[in-house]
Structures are given as C-alpha cells and as structure tokens.
Design a protein around this ligand. Sequence first.
Ligand code: SF4
Length: 246
Amino acid sequence: MERIIKAVIEGTKYNGVPKHTKSLSASSFGLENQQLLLRWKNGDPSDDDEFGNNTLGSVIHKGFEEIFKSKDGFEVEKPLSHKVNNWTITGTVDLIDHEDKIIYDYKLLSAGGYKKVASGDVGTYETQLNIYRYLLFKELGEEYQIKLLALNKGGSAVLKNIYTFVDIETYDFDLVEDMIIDKTNEIEYLIEHPDEVLECDIWKFGKNKEKQPNRCAYYCGWRDKCGYWKKRNSTNNHFATKNLLM
Ligand code: SF4
C-alpha cells in the first residue's frame, strides 16, 4: 500500500526548467521580480528531497485527470506553449471541455483563500488563466471561456461549502500578448540590472510563530538562494530586502 501511495505522490512531482532558460510558465506571472530573477539564475527549485507545498493539490489534480481522461469531449492536463518575444510561454490546462468550449482550472485553497476567490477576488489567477486561453487560441484558433473551480480545504467544518465555480473575465488576445512582451522585457532588464530589483511583498501571507514571513518560509522555493532569507536567518533583520540577491 505504501509503495502505491508513494508512487502516486511521486507522479505529481513538478519538473521545472533549468537555469538561464528563456521560458516562462503562465503561473510564473504571479511571482515577484526577485523570485523571477532567482529562477533565472538557479532554475526552478527541485523537489527531489521533499514534497512541495502543492503536493496535496497535485494529488487532487491527478484524481480529476483519472476521472475525466476517458470522457468524450474532455481533454486533461493539456500542455501548451508558444514563443513570444524570444521566450517560450508555457502552461498546462487542467481540463478542457471542447464541447462547451470552456477551460477549467482547479485551485485547492485554504479557508481564507477560498472565501476570497469565491467572492470573485481571484488576484493573479486571472492573468494565469488568460495566458492559458491565449496559448490555446494559438494552438486551435478558437476562443474558449474560463472557469476556476475553487476547492475548499478548510476541513470538515466547511460542510456544504466545499467547492464553487468562478467565471474568469477574458482579456483581448492583443492585451495578453502585450503583457507577455512587457514581462519578458522586464525580466531581461532585471537580469542586466539586478540592483534595481524591487522588494518582495514578504508579509502578504502573514507570519509564522518564529515571526518569519510565511511567503518566504513556506511559499518560496528559492529561499535558500535568496540573500534576504539568508540575512534574515542569520541576523533576524527583516527590514533589508533590497540588493541582497546572491
Ligand atoms: S525568500 Fe522571500 S524575499 Fe527571498 S525571493 Fe523568496 S519571497 Fe522573496
């Protein structure tokens, strides 16, 4: 049994891109510039030694994949890519309903995150999902709508409020292309001018018992490469975040 469970979890592991690769995934558009620069310098963090924060979400994705892969008119885990401004923009769509022309993306969210998304505050997911829609258009030449399936991991207390669908506003494709060009130009500029990189919004997800920002401690795979994180852990100085990229 344990062997099977381990194999399922292993199957969800993320294989990122190596360093100095002109490739940007749709989900990377929600990263901070410091993270994007660390990603460029070091590649995506490997989860060879430990499972990442997204492991549980990935297992749920795997479940949906198994259920929908044999259903007519649906396509699961569809990888997409398109070259823009000399960068390869990538994304993997969770589920596509080709009959009703809808892209679905599932997000497993904490109780607080779920409440926010369910109320329509989808933050950077809107950009991520519009990039999927753009990539799909480049491949199929057809326009799809987007729905986010928010799943509440708030535990048994949430009872009937465990999922909801949120319609995502769609952007003009020219606007999406301009956003991609701006972002890739910005990254190239920061690679040349690392001193100009701005601080991360480190307190965005609150702090833990050790008074460390959750964003760094739990949600950033580049912390071991980040000068801010190293400095903070050696001096407990949480103010100096600038110009500390290693
Ligand atoms: S460890 Fe914190 S400051 Fe450093 S890149 Fe990650 S989120 Fe930003």
